[in-house]
Design a protein around this ligand. Sequence first.
Ligand SMILES: NC(=O)C1=CN([C@@H]2O[C@H](COP(=O)(O)OP(=O)(O)OC[C@H]3O[C@@H](n4cnc5c(N)ncnc54)[C@H](OP(=O)(O)O)[C@@H]3O)[C@@H](O)[C@H]2O)C=CC1
Ligand SMILES: Nc1nc(=O)c2c([nH]1)NC[C@@H]1CN(c3ccc(C(=O)N[C@@H](CCC(=O)O)C(=O)O)cc3)C=[N+]21
Length: 284
Amino acid sequence: MTAQVIYGTEIAEQLRAEMKQEVEGLKKQGIIPGLTVVLIGDDPASHSYVKGKQKASDQVGINSDLITLPTSTTEQELLTIIDKLNQDEKVHGILVQLPLPDHIQEQVVIEAIDPAKDVDGFHPINIGRMIAGKDTFFPCTPFGIIQMLKRKNIEIEGKNAVVVGRSNIVGKPVGQLLLNENATVTYCHSRTKDMQKFTKEADILIVAVGKQHFLTGEDIKEGAVVIDVGVNRMDNGKLTGDVEFESAKEKASYITPVPKGVGPMTITMLLHNTIKSAKKFHQL
Ligand SMILES: NC(=O)C1=CN([C@@H]2O[C@H](COP(=O)(O)OP(=O)(O)OC[C@H]3O[C@@H](n4cnc5c(N)ncnc54)[C@H](OP(=O)(O)O)[C@@H]3O)[C@@H](O)[C@H]2O)C=CC1
Ligand SMILES: Nc1nc(=O)c2c([nH]1)NC[C@@H]1CN(c3ccc(C(=O)N[C@@H](CCC(=O)O)C(=O)O)cc3)C=[N+]21
């Protein structure tokens, strides 16, 4: 089988066109959705993602602000800034770019953000609501993956979904959202024994490890749907995923590329969450 390639860029384009219309409608009512991104330090990858977020916000008419801070920023200084953003009525979404410098506790920062403005969906309140199966801000990458599957009419219910990776921002929440959609979910991680036994049983295989060519066609069941979340910078400067695309493409029924796969959907769901927050704030 040769897989159909799912371009996140195309689905993202459609969704953003719909969002643009919605934002125009909101603006007529005097509502401008506002997103503030806080970026600490000078990691080039983080700067590149943040640029993507700004560009996409402009595209749909969301007001986006960027606060850049030096690596030397203290936890207390950051918490003071978050508190100001929590109070600011023009700010509907707050995103603190991760990872943070070692001297700042990530969990303390995440929990300082008003859950009503937590458009990343990382606050324990929002995670709890997600686990309880309630509507809330869902983490953007997992949410984007579900939207890709839905837009391609790929059935989730009753399928064996295998998630490789269990981070708080990708692996764990994508498994939870797949469970909420009635998949049978298995998590694999660094202590998993004989991982191929699990990956070869997957109807839907989500790979979020952060190692290039971590899986190949050999690890995949004929006809599986393969979602490659990994973003790895190769020696030649190009990006590649966690899955060896060429061999996997010959086995899968659907596969996402890197770049142009999951990444653009992540940003799109961030915009979605920001609009949702603005509407909720104005009781719409
Ligand atoms: N496209 C997008 O929008 C996004 C892409 N990413 C990319 O996705 C990838 C994963 O990101 P993230 O989840 O934050 O990464 P983390 O490093 O936080 O998590 C990686 C996970 O992979 C597991 N893992 C590592 N090595 C192995 C191994 N040898 N065998 C099995 N499991 C292993 C780890 O297991 P354990 O828990 O046991 O250590 C861990 O759960 C990265 O490439 C990142 O750049 C991330 C966010 C968004
Ligand atoms: N608080 C927080 N929220 C995040 O959502 C968050 C974060 N921190 N830290 C880092 C990760 C990573 N991440 C990506 C977003 C978009 C692309 C993306 O658009 N990638 C393009 C390529 C972009 C390029 O060319 O550089 C693509 O895959 O096609 C990738 C990765 C969000 N993250």
